[in-house]
Design a protein around this ligand. Structure first.
Ligand code: SF4
Ligand code: SF4
Ligand code: SF4
Length: 281
């Protein structure tokens, strides 16, 4: 099968899986994030951790990520899917108008990625000081959580709505803006140890001179084989692998030509995990 056809099939499969998760399990992100807040709050109150649904959600998604990489981020997170849909719309408009939005310079982007750790630290401090609930109305995640449970956020969420709208502008501007720069869950995932067999690597010695197609196609702009292998920033979207004209990119699991089946298998397994954790509708 030629490369273009493979790319089309894979893109179709990805968006289908994303929409299925958006419909069937839209609250996984917010439940896992609630698990993070729960841990810090219990810690501040010197209380034991109990098997609450939020704690189980966080643990389940983290364990899945340690074994399969950040597949959840690439295919199943409602917040990530929202970003992808907005960016798709933005790319469509940019193509139609033949006007391109300016890219964030690489150096700024590199340092901006660290902001998500500060966001995570801010959430931790607010929970440890017991003041997180006072900021509930300013939390874009709480607004998003209400929307995914089909409830309209009230007036007390005004600040949170404005922040969510600003984040959405960022998502329109740059692919995976929130994931790269701001997501506290992304900060946690990027610090987890991930099974090396599922990480992407490239055979640099066989690369075409001056080619950077894989990096340009990567939603999180990774320089594969440098930061991908070690950083845990990779969202396992497979985009680099199907882009490379020399088939130079692979994971430790060789499934040449059967990548789509591997992706579908992982999606079904993740759906089963969500079902067992009672995170599906
Ligand atoms: S980085 Fe955060 S928002 Fe992005 S896909 Fe992962 S959990 Fe979702
Ligand atoms: S394009 Fe490749 S390196 Fe970039 S996020 Fe997707 S799978 Fe990871
Ligand atoms: S797309 Fe392939 S050939 Fe080009 S830089 Fe990436 S790995 Fe090398």
């Amino acid at each position: 099968m030629d490369r273009k056809k493979r790319q089309k099939i894979q893109k179709g499969v990805r968006i289908t899986i994303q929409l299925v998760f958006l419909l069937l399990a839209p609250a996984v992100f917010t439940s896992a994030f609630a698990g993070v807040k729960y841990i810090f709050t219990q810690f501040a109150a010197s209380q034991m951790l109990e098997w609450s649904s939020f704690f189980k959600a966080l643990l389940g998604i983290c364990l899945f990520t340690m074994v399969f990489g950040r597949f959840f981020c690439g295919y199943a997170c409602a917040f990530g899917t929202l970003g992808d849909l907005l960016y798709m719309f933005s790319t469509f408009i940019q193509k139609k108008t033949k006007k391109k939005l300016p890219k964030i310079p690489e150096r700024i982007s590199y340092y901006a990625r660290k902001v998500k750790y500060l966001v995570l630290a801010g959430v931790a401090v607010a929970c440890l000081l017991g003041v997180y609930d006072k900021f509930r109305g300013s939390s874009p995640w709480d607004v998003f959580s209400r929307l995914t449970s089909l409830q309209l956020p009230g007036r007390d969420y005004f600040v949170g709505i404005i922040i969510l709208l600003i984040i959405m502008v960022g998502m329109i501007w740059e692919e995976r803006f929130f994931c790269k720069y701001l997501c506290p869950m992304g900060a946690i995932f990027s610090l987890l140890p991930i099974l090396s067999a599922v990480l992407y690597r490239r055979e640099r010695q066989s690369c075409i001179n001056g080619c950077s197609a894989c990096k340009r196609q990567c939603p999180v702009s990774l320089n594969i084989d440098g930061d991908t292998k070690d950083s845990g920033e990779c969202i396992q979207c497979n985009q680099c692998l199907i882009t490379c004209p020399k088939d130079n990119i692979h994971t430790g699991i060789k499934v040449r030509g059967n990548e789509v089946w591997l992706i579908v298998g992982k999606a079904l397994l993740l759906l089963l995990v969500c079902f067992l954790l009672q995170l599906t509708r």
